[in-house]
Design a protein around this ligand. Sequence first.
Ligand code: OTU
Length: 633
Amino acid sequence: MMVSSRDLWQVMRERLSTLFSEEAQRSLFFTRMEGHFASLVDLLSSLYGERPDFVEQLERICVTTAQAFIERPLALHMLDASRDERWFQSERVVGGVCYVDLYAGNLAGIRARIPYFEELGLTYLHLMPLFRMPVPFNDGGYAVSSFREVRPELGTMEELAELATELRAHGISLVLDFVMNHTSDEHEWALRAKAGDTVYQGYYWMFPDETMPRRYSQTLREIFPEHAPGSFTYVAEAQRWVWTTFHPYQWDLNYANPALFNAMLGEMLFLANQGVEVLRLDAVPFIWKQLGTNCENLPQAHELIAAFNVLMRVAAPATVFKAEAIVHPDEIAKYIGRECEISYNPLLMVLLWEALATTETRLLQYSMKKRFAIPANAAWVNYVRSHDDIGWGFANEDCAEIGIDAWGHRNFLNDFYTGRFGGSFANGLPFGYNPQTNDMRICGTTASLAGLEQALHRGDTVAIGLAIQRILAIMGVIFAAGGIPLLYLGDEVGTLNDYGYQHDSSKSYDNRWVHRPFANEETLKQRHDAASVAGRIFGPIQHMIALRKANAIFAATWPTYWLDSGNGHLALFMRQMGQEAIYVAANFSAQSQMLDMRRFATNMRMTDMLSETMYESDQPMMLPPYGLVWLRC
Ligand code: OTU
């Protein structure tokens, strides 16, 4: 760039100054902006610096940011000022996620559930897409028709903002998706593009004929090969081809266009100003395209998110980003820190299921030892299930390094979780089978994948007990490992697969609906009955959450060390805070297993926080089938 960022800042300062009517506001904004300006200019010029109108574009982006700052409600400015910038690392942060309609009917229903969230101990509530969306096909809401309107059946934007305030009063942070890769084909921008408006056609990737789509397609991956093959869709109204990575009605946005960047910045900051404290950035790997590449995880995708993040620090610093990048673990790691403060940890998730299927923890321990550490200013979001399918996204290199054939292993896991493998306890469904690559993913709720559905069906009390232990073992890992544990709501009471979606033509083609059931009031009511299946899951989960929140050692600030237990059926890691340590061990086999703590401690007294049992480190410990301990030294 020809002009220094210092000179540019002087120019911007003058232009922005007129926007402010209050001196205190202006000076706070300028202080923040000045602190971030050099990195902002760096990031934006790496994306748009070649354009002759770069300075003008930069100015528009700064104006959008300033306007959002000015419009930000006072209570949120106060939150910005008072909040520890690493609040999400606290041991007190425990998450839950649900669909508003399925879980509680509407926003009022969610509000009515606040006492339940408090009973469980949640401080982070992710409501899945609740914006206006096309009907009946909308990819579970991940096709957004307006970022500023709530789906009418669920409530209004005013209600959502009120809900955010009320949740916050109860110590719960509202988390929403920011579906930034695409809009629905009913979004106003898409409608205008369809009508031939070239300004809005420039918001998307539109082509006059199939030449370019064909060329791009040569190196693209198909995300939904069965029900939405290909990555481009012909739009008859506009006589154009449009890029659609996911479904034909989800149009990919063109971030190579700074006007689109600015428009999406406005939508993002609008949501932050409604009181959303975490924005889950959906499908981030796909936001930048370049011919001849797979158009995933390109360097510019990183620069884009980093630029958005800088602007968020200026306008609404209480809000942080969560990365949704379900890709190779090396690529996931790159989104954490500068781009996003928190990120899903799909590697831990899939390896927990891998360990349950194999009864062995070799790969889990190996990959976690290698990959669990992330920058000190970030945190993982650890989970066992989400609303999406499970894809076996572990690293082939990790497998090779310990002598596992990754391809054969994935086939085994797919067979195991779809019940094709003899003796499998799981009731899962296949998802996204691609005959060209033989790739496949898995659907099913935590409980059904862990064996509860099958056990209940057979009325086998031993098997029911084992299934419950499996659920608690993997939950025990995510509640204790460093980061934010995230519960898919319903899992805490052992919700089973719901096959009802097969009779709904708007859902039947997508097996992910099997693990997106309606909340079951009857099951929820049983949660305090320690003899019921729901109670046998709910009680221990609630207990783990309470223990976690009462012990600072569980904060993501403190390191997690994955250790070699000497027993291939055990997962083992240590959390350390100064002189204090907690060893977490989980048995992934249906047989009792010995844990020899002499490898780590001699002559030490340890207490299992979960059962309040005392152990001597010199005595070998027997962990029952799928047993779990949190040993405090
Ligand atoms: C996300 O998932 C959402 O979680 C899905 O529910 C949506 O369908 C999708 O985006 C489109 O909005 O492919 O199988 O690495 O793997 O973004 C799930 C990114 C998905 C993708 C991920 C995507």
